[in-house]
Design a protein. Structure first.
Length: 280
């Protein structure tokens, strides 16, 4: 089975408002997003399927581009989504969140008789927030991206000094070294019918700030954090430590995946200890 992903970008404005609530109540719920504002959105359509013996493709990209123009750009590009989209404009209670937009794009593609192998719709509201939808009721995967800086020394207490130098090389420097870490926090859940969200991004920000940033940002992991007092701060160990710090505070929202990028060349994914189907 092959998976092909195609992107398209559009600019649109919107606001998050529940009509029966006052401006103050909406602001308490949605923050500044209750005001009209805009984004440079990016949509990814992932198609799965076998490669055709005739043309060697899963789907002709020209055909897929036309579908994206007809079913995404025509309805969203340079539009005010609340006022001009054929679905959101007719339902003032349907909030144009990334979660609901991903679902709507999926549903729109579902009307295309020549596109029966859609696997995933992903929409980026910006580079630090995106939503994935796989066509399963109203289950959406929401990801927020965070950055922090920390230093560490790779050194195992189970190895000798010579073994540590041989195993970790320059990363075993006694004075340590540092990284600009990038952390992707992916949660999953049913989209709330009123807010249109899996979780309020501000709530997720608060938990990550309290549990992760306050502990690790601008710290030396080996020297300043109890989590690594006896644990070698490899990124494999680090991503699990972060998981353990986030999983309980996020409940009832389900933590689905963490991705920790140590450098542009390598990243580490962790899905917890229980085996389950992973989404791309």
């Amino acid at each position: 089975m092959h998976y092909l992903t195609r992107q398209v970008a559009f600019e649109a404005s919107h606001a998050l408002r529940i009509p029966e609530l006052s401006h103050k109540e909406n602001y308490e719920l949605f923050g500044p997003a209750t005001n009209d504002h805009g984004h440079n959105y990016v949509v990814e359509a992932m198609i799965k399927g076998a490669v055709s013996n005739n043309d060697g493709m899963v789907i002709n990209l020209a055909d897929l581009d036309q579908l994206l123009r007809d079913h995404v750009l025509a309805h969203f590009d340079h539009k005010h989504i609340n006022l001009q989209h054929p679905v959101f404009a007719n339902d003032s209670h349907l909030q144009p969140t990334p979660e609901n937009i991903a679902i709507e794009i999926w549903n729109t593609f579902g009307t295309c008789s020549n596109l029966t192998n859609l696997h995933r719709v992903r929409i980026y509201e910006d580079t630090a927030l995106f939503a994935d939808y796989f066509g399963k009721k109203r289950m959406v995967y929401l990801t927020k991206v965070y950055e922090f800086s920390a230093s560490h020394r790779l050194h195992s207490q189970l190895l000798s000094e010579d073994e540590n130098r041989e195993t970790f090389g320059k990363c075993n420097n006694p004075h340590g070294h540092g990284h600009n870490y990038v952390l992707e926090v992916m949660v999953r859940g049913e989209v709330h019918p009123k807010t249109g969200m899996v979780v309020a991004p501000e709530s997720l920000d608060e938990i990550v700030q309290k549990q992760i940033h306050s502990r690790f940002d601008h710290r030396h992991l080996n020297l300043d954090t109890p989590e690594f007092e006896d644990l070698n701060p490899t990124s494999e160990n680090f991503v699990k430590v972060i998981w353990d710090l986030l999983e309980e505070p996020l409940k009832p929202i389900i933590l689905h995946r963490l991705r920790l990028k140590e450098t542009p060349r390598n990243h580490f994914d962790y899905y917890g200890e229980l085996p389950e189907a992973h989404c791309p």
